[in-house]
Every structure is written in C-alpha cells, then in structure tokens.
Design a protein around this ligand. Structure first.
Ligand code: DC
Length: 241
C-alpha cells in the first residue's frame, strides 16, 4: 500500500542539518510535493548578481528580484530551479551565491514577494497532490504557521560543515572544511539575527538534533512524526480529502 502525506510538513533549520535530503525522501516516499524555499532565495540572489546589483543595496535588490522570472519545481525527484527560463540548479550553489544570499534574503520586500509565491505554490500542490514538504528557515513561523507538523532540525556546527563539505565535493566543488565551516557559521549568524523573519523554531515545533543520525534515521523520524499526527492517511496520492 502506498501511503500519501496529507497537508503541510514544515521543516526549518540551518544548513547542513540534513533537512533538504530528508525532506525530499519523505516527499518521495509519501507521494507528496516538495518545496525548497532556500532554492527560491538562491535564484533571487543569482538574479541580483547577474543584474550587476550590489546585494547590500536594498532598493536595487528589490527591483532586480521583481524583474526576474523565477521557478522552482515541486517534484521531489527533480526539484530544478529556473531563472528567466534557464536551468540554474547548479549555478545557485556557488560560493558567490552563498556569500550574497543572506543580505538578499534579509530584505523585507524580497521576503514578502517570495513568501507570497511560496504560499501560492503550496496551495497549488495541496490542491493537486494533497500533501507537501516545505523546507526553509521561516516556514513554521511565517509561511505556514498553521502547518499540522513543524519540525526544527539542528546539528552541531562541525557536523553541518562536514556534511556540506562532502556534498560540495560530491558535486565537484573544491572546498576546504575550514572555509565551509566559516561560511556555514557566518550565514547562520546573519540568518538568525536579521530583523525580518529570523531563523528560529516555532513555539510548537518539534526539535530534532540530527548530529548523530543518518539520513535514513532522520527520514524515518519525520515519517513517524507525520504518522503520529495522522498525516499519513491516504492510501494513494490524491486521497487526502
Ligand atoms: O537552505 P539553503 O542553504 O539553500 O538556503 C539559502 C539561504 O536562503 C539561507 O542562508 C537563508 C535563506 N533562506 C531564508 O531566508 N528563508 C527561507 N525560508 C529559506 C532560505
């Protein structure tokens, strides 16, 4: 029997917690959609960089983001990202984008634009598939505060940097562990201290420390939490209502 996820699972936390991999697995196993909101902020950042705009110039950033045509696919098997029709799935993972994404995503108007688009996509996927796993920093606090399951993932900085280094190496990017650790810590500091929608756990989120867990274990834990909330109800996709 194929069990389908019904409703929204909101997954938040800093980078390197295994959030994205586990979110995609959970969505795949439960026939749900998947939305990587971090990819949306990355596409917006790439648009800013390609427009030759200074990422700290808020007005120019908003203008560049408004002009950009951004699409992030919701199929967990192929969550491609597009900017003005071009597949930028690899181009949004460079160190240049890593450096600029925090200032761009700290701009309140950029967040307003992207949150509105995220809510639109979530509604569309709920209508078509019944369930979606949403991965980000402010999903449980801002984007879908009424999600029936919110999980906030954490892991030690060392573990997160090790995972990011391995991921970069696997995707052909040459980086040192020290540089990755510094980049991850810098981004978390900026994301957690910004004025608009800082990275934080919702009051009713389940906290999950993944430092000692494998991806399979994290996925199993998420699945167990979803089941405990009665969200793995449908027998096949589309049987949620
Ligand atoms: O998940 P990620 O590392 O690809 O996210 C990239 C950046 O986007 C992250 O440093 C902060 C920002 N972000 C955000 O501000 N809000 C979200 N919902 C998702 C990501």
């Amino acid at each position: 029997m194929v069990r389908a996820l019904c409703g929204v699972v909101a997954l938040d936390g800093p980078s390197g917690t295994g959030k994205t991999t586990a979110a995609r697995r959970l969505a795949t196993e439960s026939n749900a959609g998947y939305l990587d909101t971090g990819a949306m902020y990355r596409v917006a950042t790439l648009a800013v960089l390609r427009a030759g705009v200074d990422p700290t110039d808020a007005d120019a950033v908003v203008e560049a983001v408004r002009r950009a045509r951004m699409e992030v696919a919701t199929d967990p098997a192929a969550p491609t990202a597009r900017l003005d029709g071009e597949d930028v799935s690899a181009a949004i993972r460079t160190e240049e984008v890593n450096r600029a994404v925090s200032p761009v995503s700290a701009v309140a108007e950029v967040r307003e634009l992207l949150v509105a688009e995220q809510r639109r996509v979530i509604r569309e996927v709920l209508d078509s598939r019944g369930g979606i796993v949403v991965d980000g920093r402010d999903i449980g606090t801002v984007v879908t505060p009424d999600a029936p399951l919110k999980v906030f993932l954490t892991a030690s900085a060392d573990v997160r940097a090790r995972r990011r280094t391995a991921q970069d190496a696997a995707e052909g990017r040459e980086v040192s562990f020290e540089d990755v650790k510094a980049s991850v810590e810098r981004r978390d500091r900026l994301d957690s201290t910004r004025a608009t929608s800082p990275l934080r756990a919702a009051d009713d989120a389940v906290l999950l420390d993944t430092s000692e867990l494998t991806v399979d274990e994290v996925t199993a834990k998420l699945s167990e939490l979803a089941d405990g909330r009665g969200l793995l109800g449908g027998e096949v996709a589309g049987m949620c209502r």
